[in-house]
Design a protein. Structure first.
Length: 318
């Protein structure tokens, strides 16, 4: 994945300073993933905790919108104005002027990706009169207090908070939990994750989150919400090349995105952490479902209707 070196970057929704480093930069403490089967007690608590933290890597967690009122616990945001959380760290975006800067600096790549995502969704006819960019992206360390979704620790991966329309993330997630699950920290993997989170922002604008009633299970509303965000990420992927910010997205990039979708599938996470798969506990969908809906989005870059997972009778076959 390469950015257009002549592109002018808009940092109006990004701010920050200090030494936080870029996505995946720096080595956070590694969180041990317990092997084997847990059968109650503290072992089960640890497995469930890690499972909850990992599911945040691509969006809304298992407790989002539980009462159907639009309120959340830790769960839903967007990628826009990068800000320093209290006590946290951010990257330096002051030098992010062009796409060439994005090619050479992970922090500037954030800006280019946000610009591309905003431009894409702003051009969608289905969002005419309703689109607005996300409010901000908060890079934090240790702890962060969101504007309506409670608090989160540094162990929580990227998530979107609909109350303040903000994406929160700790960059060390990608070289700790994500890599332990078998994922790779690459530019396009970051793009896939951010595009998924932006997808949650689109769902927030469209009122889709109000449809979420059931929180767990292979056919639950929570799973449908997550698979739709994957589909939206695929829509952007298909249209991004040549948009003025991104020069090319290679077959290798797409393979990396598919691999990332597989890594964060509920079945893969469960098998990796507990040694077994329990579909009744699904909150994001299986690896194959996540891949299938990401690819579905790539075939319908101009139609939000093509990503209507809530009307789909068979989530395995979009």
């Amino acid at each position: 994945m390469r950015f257009n070196p002549k592109a002018r970057l808009d940092t109006s929704r990004t701010s920050g300073g200090g030494g936080g480093g870029g996505f995946g930069g720096g080595g956070g403490a590694r969180i041990p993933i317990p092997g084997g089967k847990a059968s109650g007690g503290i072992g089960t608590v640890i497995v469930l905790l890690i499972f909850f933290l990992i599911t945040q890597c691509t969006g809304v967690g298992p407790q989002v919108l539980g009462d159907g009122s639009g309120s959340t616990s830790v769960g839903t945001g967007t990628f826009g104005g990068l800000q320093a959380a209290d006590g946290g760290e951010t990257g330096d975006f002051g030098s992010c002027k062009t796409g060439e800067d994005a090619n050479n600096d992970e922090n500037c790549a954030f800006v280019a990706l946000e610009n591309s995502l905003t431009g894409y969704w702003d051009s969608q006819p289905d969002l005419a009169g309703r689109f607005q960019p996300e409010q901000s992206v908060v890079i934090f360390a240790d702890q962060v207090q969101t504007g309506g979704c409670g608090s989160a620790s540094s162990a929580v991966g990227p998530f979107y908070c609909p109350s303040d329309q903000t994406i929160y993330l700790d960059p060390t997630f990608f070289d700790s939990i994500f890599e332990q699950l078998g994922g790779k920290d690459t530019t396009f993997v970051r793009a896939y994750v951010l595009a998924h989170e932006y997808g949650h922002h689109i769902q927030n604008l469209l009122g889709t989150m109000g449809q979420v009633r059931t929180q767990q299970g292979p056919d639950s509303d929570a799973v449908r919400l997550e698979l739709q965000a994957d589909c939206y990420a695929g829509m952007w992927t298909a249209a991004a090349e040549g948009d003025g910010f991104i020069v090319d997205i290679t077959d290798q990039d797409i393979s990396e995105g598919i691999s990332a979708a597989k890594t964060v599938g509920d079945d893969h996470i469960q098998a990796k952490t507990t040694g077994r798969v329990d579909t009744s506990q699904y909150t994001h969908g299986s690896s194959e479902q996540r891949i299938a809906w990401f690819q579905k989005g790539m075939t319908t870059p101009d139609s939000i209707a093509g990503c209507d997972t809530f009307k789909a009778r068979d989530l395995d076959r979009p």
